[in-house]
Design a protein around this ligand. Sequence first.
Ligand SMILES: *Cc1c(COP(=O)(O)O)cnc(C)c1O
Length: 357
Amino acid sequence: MTHIKLYIPGPVEVRQEVLDKMATPMIGHRTKAASALQRGISDKLRQLFYTESEILLSTSSGTGLMEGAIRCGTVKRAAVFSVGSFGKRWYELAINNNVPADLFEVPDGQPTDPAEVDRVLATGKYDLVTITHNETSAGLTNDCAAIGEVIKKYPDVLYCVDAVSSAGGVKIEVDKWGIDVCITSSQKALGLPPGLAICTFSQKAVERAKQVKNRGYYLDLLSLYNTIQKKDYQYPSTPTIAHMFALDYQLDCILEEGLENRFARHKEMADYIRAWANEYFEVFPAAEYASNTVTCVKNTRDIDVAAFRKALNAKGLEISDGYGDLKGKTFRIAHMADMTMDDMKELVAAMNEILGF
Ligand SMILES: *Cc1c(COP(=O)(O)O)cnc(C)c1O
């Protein structure tokens, strides 16, 4: 089978060297070698997230840690701010875990307004906020720094951020922005296969989780935290060691590239794809909120998106349709992880040929 190159917002293309690391011979998960591997990964991730918080790894996709965060972090009530499909997922997670929550939505393509967060928190009803940093369905990045400034006025409120499709491609200053739990997945801007989730976990989050009676079992973030403290970075159950070998290697590559260089590369690719989109279509969200990891293109020419994607497949390339309600009305091009400008030029040339531009 010939490989189709992925320009979809996860899973992304994974470099062969990274894939090869997953085939490293196994080690026991209760060994010094496992401790060293997992401790090293956590130290490198603290650099990536600009934080001193503990790092938790979970053998699940990112949704697992979202579930753990809202369940282990809410005593009173969660305020879920949604700007699209992944924002709504937090609400579903809350409801299905018997966590009291309210959903605050805005029309598609609009960001979360920090003033609205302020108004909601001023009611005093909430002790946890969820924000989608990069809404993959809309190609929109929220201003998590400005939202963090508002949340700092409410010291009892835990700030949880879904950075699944941005961490590793966009700068996220967890400590400066006051984020308590910042979550990502392996298969997006970090450039690994799916199967491992990562989050930062602040002291405030630790103290909060202690107040929550039923935290579940597998996704009990306090149990993950306590175990890594007691057992030198080992986990309660067997983790995906194969991913850890690959992640450890990939983090070395990321830090060697340089975080600022990596973020600049993502911006350069995003600017290029946005320029193409604006020439022939429109970028879906307002320019100031357009994402640097995924571009959501408004289908202003009413092209047959399914046929367009099929034609790209025939050329060995894959992009995404719109997500949920936006299917057919938009299409999405990811520019994340280890993609380069050459990859973007290859895609644009193919799209132009198919569309006759
Ligand atoms: C992909 C994605 C998720 C879901 O992550 P999984 O790893 O598939 O569970 C959540 N939020 C955002 C913004 C995403 O892009």
